[in-house]
Design a protein around this ligand. Sequence first.
Ligand SMILES: [Zn+2]
Ligand SMILES: [Zn+2]
Length: 174
Amino acid sequence: MHYNLAQLLKEPTGSTRDYEVDESFTGPEDGSDRAQGWVKVIRTHHGVLVRAKLDLRVKLSCSRCISQFEYGSELTMEEECFATVDPETGRKVDPPEEADGVAHLDAQHGLDMSEFVRQYAITEVPIKPLCRDKCLGLCTECGANLNEEKCKCEASSIDPRWESLAELLTESLE
Ligand SMILES: [Zn+2]
Ligand SMILES: [Zn+2]
């Protein structure tokens, strides 16, 4: 997802480039996450306007059962990126003042979309991801994944409905 926009920057304001995206990128948990969709780049006065719509498939580990699952998210962006070098003269240009801290093209007029996508994926994924709404997690006794198997630990513990009764009984016995 790295695009060289040197040629586009020499064209008049309003000129465009379209890119189809079907690539892997490095998401929040290393791995090979996938982005599919499109990127449109429009020449503006100071640089380019980047519009994108991407379906992201990010691999995450469930915070309860630690199994890996795929998390889907849609990225829509519209952001102006400023040129740091004048495409005609090759001289460094200072981006406009309001552009402080926003995206820039690199010195070769390259646009690195994978970095945007990565940043987005990191902020977008839940802090405590769950593989499913009602993930049952792991058994605290034997570590079995309770989504996949029913371990035997349960049988030995007291049914919570009887717990208060059991307490009463032990109290009265004392
Ligand atoms: Zn889970
Ligand atoms: Zn168990």
